[in-house]
Design a protein around this ligand. Structure first.
Ligand SMILES: *Cc1c(COP(=O)(O)O)cnc(C)c1O
Length: 236
């Protein structure tokens, strides 16, 4: 993909997001675009940055660290870790990212909190929720969410911002909206329970269900294919 095509597909994606927001009766800038750059080369991230994109999402730690090193001159870039998170990866995630969307157990949160360097701002955290229980293995169940949220809210180096989910794929809008509505309701429940917490983020909406997610209140949408094109089969 050339830089020109990339800047055009990024602009088209921004228009698609703005239109979805307006159709949902929301301000056109009410949700933030996270460009999911997994498996894509650093040069494409740089080109997207040159077109004004600042938030980038990565799933695979070693791949992300290599790209971050290559792009270290882009000072205002914001890195989000959105992939599965095992204990042996928490230190580097705590040191090299601003956001983590995939925290689903207290042990991982505790390690991120303990390993976050004091010189950095608190790490922004979303709890990943298992919202389509029949298909997904990762994510906390909704009924276990208050306990996990209460624990994370006590960790000074973490800032609990909200919830994230990866629903099972569904064809039509009504079916797509159901799990997304459950995530919205789960965030509303947490807000009532923890009124002083900075819970402003619903991380949901991918290339295939962006419109449904925006209708259900997404504030941070994670788009890869729509911006960077299809991903090849890269082994990790
Ligand atoms: C890959 C990925 C995305 C982006 O998916 P697209 O369908 O390419 O938009 C979003 N969120 C997570 C957690 C991902 O792993």
């Amino acid at each position: 993909m050339t830089d020109l095509i990339l800047s055009e597909s990024l602009a088209a994606t921004r228009r698609r997001l703005a239109q979805a927001l307006v159709n949902a009766g929301r301000p056109a800038d009410d949700a933030r675009l996270l460009a999911v750059s997994k498996t894509k080369p650093a040069g494409m991230i740089r080109a997207a940055w040159q077109s004004g994109q600042r938030d980038f999402g990565e799933n695979y730690l070693q791949e992300a660290l290599a790209k971050q090193a290559e792009l270290s001159d882009l000072e205002d870039i914001v890195w989000h870790f959105i992939g599965p998170l095992q204990s042996n990866k928490t230190r580097e995630v705590a040191e090299h990212f601003s956001w983590v969307h995939s925290v689903d157990r207290e042990k991982i949160a505790r390690r991120l909190n303990d390993q976050r360097p004091a010189s950095l701002e608190p790490l922004n955290v979303c709890l990943q929720v298992n919202i389509s229980a029949e298909t997904s293995k990762s994510g906390v169940m909704v009924d276990e969410l208050p306990e996990l949220a209460a624990a994370v809210l006590k960790m000074p180096a973490l800032r609990l911002r909200g919830l994230m989910a990866i629903p099972a794929p569904a064809e039509d809008m009504a079916a797509q909206r159901k799990p997304l509505a459950r995530l919205r309701q789960a965030l509303e429940m947490l807000r009532e329970r923890f009124p002083d917490a900075p819970l402003d983020t619903l991380s949901m909406g991918m290339s295939a269900d962006l419109e449904a997610a925006v209708l259900e209140g997404a504030t941070l949408v994670r788009l890869g294919t729509a911006i960077f094109g299809e991903r090849g089969t890269v082994a990790h």
